[in-house]
Design a protein around this ligand. Structure first.
Ligand code: 4GS
Length: 270
């Protein structure tokens, strides 16, 4: 058994606000993963590695300009200490400059031994840290956060739920959105009727094959309507292609009937 299987995947966040992570570690599936030794987590205060009476972690930028920059020495010392604790971990800086985090990146990271997540504050971190102390730069989206902590939590959260044995059979990661790059099917629970809207009859039928087909079709139509970009990049299954073809036939029928009798018909109408 390797280290990762024995003690679980290791996440270390380097931050000047380690307490921000406490509520995150203490709830739900993340907490359960910690309790079951599937993951190990810690948030290390970068300030512990800062020198001087005031333990300063930021300074004014060379060349002027507004805001502050994270000083390199405390960060370097923090990264070195974390690397000593977890030598096989990947060192990731959270920054809008990074490659965009998505399901593919989450799967990729989930197979690593551990992650050291460097959370910047202020305008950013000294460029020399990026060159020599970082394996990867990741962004959770095209917007600017006040700190990398939330981005680190997003990554820990999405990666943890992909680790085998974290989710129960019913909440299998494979069936969720994006595992096959289509959106999830519509979900319903009791009551059968809610404020005038009923649960689709087919879900009450008990016919598992029909239900599965219905779910596949609705997840496909949802993806087509809400996120067509996902379908463009997807290798479609035979069954999915058949469903799309059926829609084409249905749509063509509607158009055909219109051209015979609708206001856009070739004869009359005008
Ligand atoms: C992101 C982001 C981010 C950049 C942190 C400015 C404070 C801030 N990190 N994905 N300094 N977007 N980081 O905005 O990861």
């Amino acid at each position: 058994m390797d280290n990762r299987q024995k003690k679980g995947m290791n996440f270390i966040a380097l931050t000047i606000f380690p307490e921000m992570f406490n509520p995150f570690w203490e709830h739900g599936i993340i907490r359960r993963a910690i309790d079951r030794n599937k993951i190990r987590v810690s948030a290390i205060d970068i300030r512990n590695f800062a020198e001087g009476k005031h333990r300063v972690t930021d300074d004014r930028p060379y060349g002027g300009g507004c805001g502050m920059v994270m000083k390199p020495e405390p960060l370097a010392a923090a990264i070195r200490a974390a690397t000593q604790k977890a030598p096989l971990s990947k060192k990731i800086l959270l920054t809008p400059q990074g490659r965009r985090f998505d399901s593919g990146v989450a799967h990729e990271l989930s197979s690593s031994d551990g992650l050291i997540l460097i959370c910047g504050r202020y305008e950013g971190v000294d460029e020399r840290i990026c060159h020599d102390f970082i394996d990867d730069e990741i962004s959770i989206g095209d917007y600017v956060l006040t700190g990398g902590e939330l981005a680190a939590m997003v990554i820990i959260d999405a990666v943890t739920r992909l680790i085998p044995g974290i989710l129960g059979g019913k909440e299998s990661a494979e069936k969720d959105s994006f595992s096959g790059s289509v959106l999830e099917y519509a979900q319903y629970t009791r009551p059968r009727s809610f404020e005038g809207h009923n649960v689709p009859e087919i879900l009450l039928s008990g016919d598992h094959q029909k239900i599965e087909n219905w779910r596949l079709e609705t997840s496909l139509i949802r993806t087509f309507l809400k996120r067509p970009d996902l379908l463009e990049n997807k290798a479609l299954s035979k069954q999915e292609i058949e469903i799309l073809k059926k829609w084409c036939v249905d749509i063509e029928k509607i158009i055909h009937n219109q051209s015979l009798s609708g206001p856009g018909a070739l004869s009359g109408g005008q």
